[in-house]
Design a protein around this ligand. Structure first.
Ligand code: DAH
Length: 384
């Protein structure tokens, strides 16, 4: 659309003629574009790239110079060439931006690899973990009592005197409440009397109370967990584990108790004819109360659980405490003892485990010795 010399302006030109001013600028643009693109590609770091940018788009840059030449043109021309130049300027800016983000990424990558910090820990040499024998026994107990219709209940390790002692029919001056047996904690100022006297539970029998307070019979639960007593020697650790069992229903009697415990002991110790006997004993929360023994015989310097061929050779060892739930305990939980009876039992989980797997020393259970665990532990995929 330019007009040169004498000939009239040519309209609707498909491609501009050589002397057309548009084509002059277009040629400049093409040349400058390939020159600048080459420089941009050649810039190998952000600083070099910035120099190229200033030389092109800066105040005294090449593209800026071209823009300035627009001032000398007449308005019609300026409009067309200005548009072309603006497109070109944007193009260059875009190419610069693309190169810039590429260089930034390169910069980050090289810093990441040169300043790399290895935060991974090399694998521990023991390799595979195992199930602790206590956990294993708890799984077995869950399975055996589960098959007899018992579900698993839980209670807190930090108990109050009411659930651990009073509601279980311990009289106020009972020796078990004394400091040498029980770890007492700071009183809870929000609760009155024995409900505010806090302690670490000395047995899982407290869960009987919690369960009866919040459920109505018929009830069948076991509870397993940690218990605490101020004791430490060959056969006692300050923390140990117990299982508690409770059944409450109409017409429950000691026959049910003995049958249940016999089935349990035979299944757990895997001895079909394992004999069991109940000896009268005293626990405040049962009446009558019993200590439960299982039979064994001496054999080759060791012992073997089971019935002796000759009754004179039959030996007994205690494994459980049990009894019929004391009427006072039922009353403390708002259960009518004339309508319901129940039996309860409790045992030390370490003791059951030591007997079943022949582990000689109680204290080793809690020493976290990897070699001990590797020896007595269980594969996590093995079914109890
Ligand atoms: N709680 C008793 C203890 O820690 C064990 C026990 C005895 C639990 C008799 C019972 C039971 O449920 O009936 O020594």
């Amino acid at each position: 659309m330019g007009h040169g010399g004498d000939h009239p302006p040519i309209k609707n030109l498909a491609f501009p003629l050589a002397d057309d001013k548009t084509s002059v600028i277009m040629t400049d643009i093409q040349a400058l574009k390939s020159e600048l693109t080459g420089q941009i590609e050649a810039a190998n770091d952000l600083k070099a790239l910035d120099e190229v940018r200033v030389a092109a788009l800066g105040k005294k840059g090449r593209v800026t110079d071209l823009m300035k030449s627009l001032g000398a043109m007449d308005p019609e021309e300026r409009k067309i060439q200005g548009q072309a130049l603006n497109v070109f300027k944007d193009e260059i800016a875009e190419i610069l931006k693309t190169r810039e983000s590429l260089l930034q990424k390169k910069d980050l990558d090289s810093r990441l690899s040169s300043e790399a910090l290895d935060v991974t820990l090399s694998p521990r040499p023991e390799g595979k973990g195992v199930i602790h024998p206590i956990s294993r026994t708890m799984e077995e107990l869950t399975g055996i009592f589960g098959a007899m219709g018992f579900s698993v209940a839980e209670g807190p390790d930090i108990e109050d005197d009411w659930h651990n002692f009073t509601a279980l029919n311990f009289p106020p001056g009972h020796p078990a409440r004394e400091m040498q047996d029980t770890f007492f904690l700071q009183d809870n100022p929000d609760s009155q009397g024995d409900r505010g006297r806090m302690l670490l539970r000395t047995h899982t029998s407290s869960v009987q109370i919690r369960h009866m307070e919040t459920n109505t019979p018929p009830l069948r639960i076991i509870c397993m967990g940690r218990t605490y007593r101020s004791d430490h020697d060959m056969t006692h650790t300050p923390m140990f584990h117990q299982i508690e069992g409770l059944m409450v229903d109409k017409n429950v009697h000691m026959g049910h108790l003995k049958g249940c415990l016999t089935d349990f002991a035979r299944a757990f110790f895997e001895v079909d004819d394992l004999p069991m006997r109940l000896r009268p004993s005293f626990f405040p929360f049962v009446e009558p109360g019993a200590e439960v023994d299982i039979g064994y015989v001496k054999k080759g310097g060791g012992i073997e659980l089971g019935r002796a061929e000759n009754p004179a050779d039959q030996k007994w060892m205690e494994v459980l405490g049990a009894g019929m739930v004391h009427p006072n305990v039922l009353k403390n939980c708002d259960i009518d003892p004339d309508e319901y009876q129940g039996f309860a039992f409790g045992a030390g989980i370490e003791r059951l485990t030591m007997l079943k797997y022949g582990i000689p020393d109680l204290r080793t259970f809690f020493e976290s010795d990897i070699r001990w665990l590797a020896h007595y532990g269980f594969d996590s995929l093995e079914r109890p």
